[in-house]
Ligand binder design. Structure first.
Ligand code: GUN
Ligand code: FE
Length: 465
């Protein structure tokens, strides 16, 4: 999906990846350019090639490559209590569960190893090959997370949290200076750790992460902005997530959340903001002109925010939007589920519009107003290219982009009777011939597929699953 709404299907193509993990060729297999690459491969004897990686791999007749999913917003330490307490309002939930879990992980490196090791593995199983993490405040546990990602080949950003105004006495930073020192220590240590890798092998980057306005002083926010500019590091936070959170900001500062971020100069192309549930006509031009990226977290919003993000409007205005699970504000690691939830919620917004119009007949529901729903193809864009574009990455299968892809097998090649996740009865005895037929079957996978359909994954050309 190179752009929202376009599902690009390429049948019988040759795709070539160089030794640094970038796509160097993608063209129909019968084109002269593809044929000359293939004949070049077969003329060199197998023994002259030092690695097996130049042996072409052929996909099965029901299989396709899709860019990996990107999870633009996830709290790593919160995986510890994933699925708990979502009936609480956001701020209570943070105090009852989130801060405690993060504190536990910071205080117990063996636990951090266990939780982060499992989390990284599970993300890859779910097709997520690129993430933007909120970690904890502790330097050591964020380094553990970064190492687990780098070793497993999971691409992404690690955000050591900054919070000098924590409501929890045992979990917070004591001053803006102490917070900055700790962040600098993390940035330097991560750089030191990554120095052993060649540039194309490094898949982990830091991201400056003031948790959200209520737990950060003005001084801290101002100094984080300066540091980000000086070190060329991206920034992420939460903005306009829910009514209680926005109310708390206003009560503390006498200003609106978005105005604080704006006045401090945070709204720019290197900023990722989670939720922005309360995006409105006034905010849209700001987000668009400054090229801010939004992590849309539909499941989390359904629990912790009281309204829905206006996704249709954001796409129509060409804002940069990707998807986030917001674990543990959302209870699933699966971006495939987030795609479905984004579509479902957009469809419910559509229904709400009809109610407002007081239309008692289906026919009149179609009159006036505008379409608020988003479809499955658009959701694939959000899960792949949309998320990556905002982070300065590729996100589709295009020459020059990183080869981050997942191999999906629609019908089980070995046993067509349905050992895989999908029962595609019509495909049991034959392959898929036309683009239209691919489209139909990919849609069925989008609805009912799961990790049983995932037969491989690569990040920067490296096999990670
Ligand atoms: N706002 C500040 N911290 C958090 C968090 O951990 N999760 C969510 N969903 N919102 C937040
Ligand atoms: Fe969050």
């Amino acid at each position: 999906t190179p752009c929202p709404g376009e599902l690009r299907i390429r049948q019988d193509h040759l795709l070539v990846v160089d030794e640094k993990g970038y796509i160097t060729h993608i063209a129909p297999i019968h084109d002269d350019s593809s044929q000359s690459i293939l004949s070049g491969l077969s003329s060199s004897s197998p023994s002259s090639s030092s690695s097996s990686s130049s042996i072409p791999m052929e996909l099965g007749k029901h299989s396709f490559l899709l860019p990996v999913f990107t999870d633009l917003h996830i709290h790593a330490a919160q995986y510890l209590f994933c699925g708990l307490g979502l009936d609480l309002p956001l701020i209570e939930w943070l105090e009852r569960y989130a801060y405690k879990a993060e504190e536990r992980v910071d205080g117990d490196p063996a636990l951090a190893e266990r939780v982060y090791g499992t989390l990284v593995k599970r993300l890859l199983q779910n097709g997520t090959g690129c993430v933007s993490f909120f970690g904890t405040i502790g330097v050591r546990s964020n380094l553990i997370l970064a190492k687990k990602m780098q070793e497993a080949g999971l691409r992404g950003f690690v955000g050591k949290l900054s919070m000098d105004q924590s409501p929890r006495p045992t979990y917070g930073e004591t001053s803006a200076s102490a917070s900055l020192d700790s962040l600098n220590e993390f940035l330097d240590s991560l750089e030191g750790y990554l120095a052993q890798y060649k540039p194309h092998e490094k898949v982990v980057e830091p991201i400056i992460t003031p948790r959200y306005v209520p737990v950060c002083s003005d001084e801290l926010l101002g100094r984080l902005k300066e540091l980000g500019d000086k070190r060329g590091v991206r920034v992420q936070s939460h903005m306009c997530e829910g009514r209680d959170q926005m109310g708390l900001v206003y009560k503390q500062r006498g200003k609106r959340d978005q105005d604080i971020w704006n006045e401090l100069g945070f709204l720019g192309p290197k900023t990722l903001q989670a939720h922005v549930t309360y995006l409105d006509d006034e905010m849209i031009p700001l987000i668009k002109d400054r090229e801010v990226t939004i992590a849309h977290c539909p499941l989390s919003n359904a629990y912790l925010s009281e309204k829905q993000f206006p996704l249709r409007e954001a796409l129509d205005k060409s804002l940069n939007v990707g998807l986030g699970t917001d674990v543990a504000g959302g209870y699933t690691l699966s971006i495939q589920n987030q795609m479905r939830q984004a579509v479902i919620i957009s469809r419910l917004r559509e229904g709400a519009r009809c109610e407002n119009m007081d239309c008692s007949f289906a026919e009149s529901a179609n009159k006036g107003g505008k379409n608020l729903s988003v479809d499955w193809v658009e959701s694939i864009y959000l899960a792949t290219r949309g998320g990556k574009k905002g982070m300065g990455l590729g996100g589709c299968l295009e020459v020059g982009m990183e080869f981050d892809a997942q191999l999906i097998e629609l019908a089980d090649e070995g046993s067509p009777s349905g050992v895989g996740a999908l029962d595609l009865f019509d495909l049991q005895t034959r392959g898929i011939d036309t683009e239209e037929e691919w489209k139909v079957n990919v849609e069925r996978w989008w609805c009912n597929g799961d990790d049983r359909n995932r037969k491989g994954m690569w990040v920067q050309g490296r096999k990670v699953l």
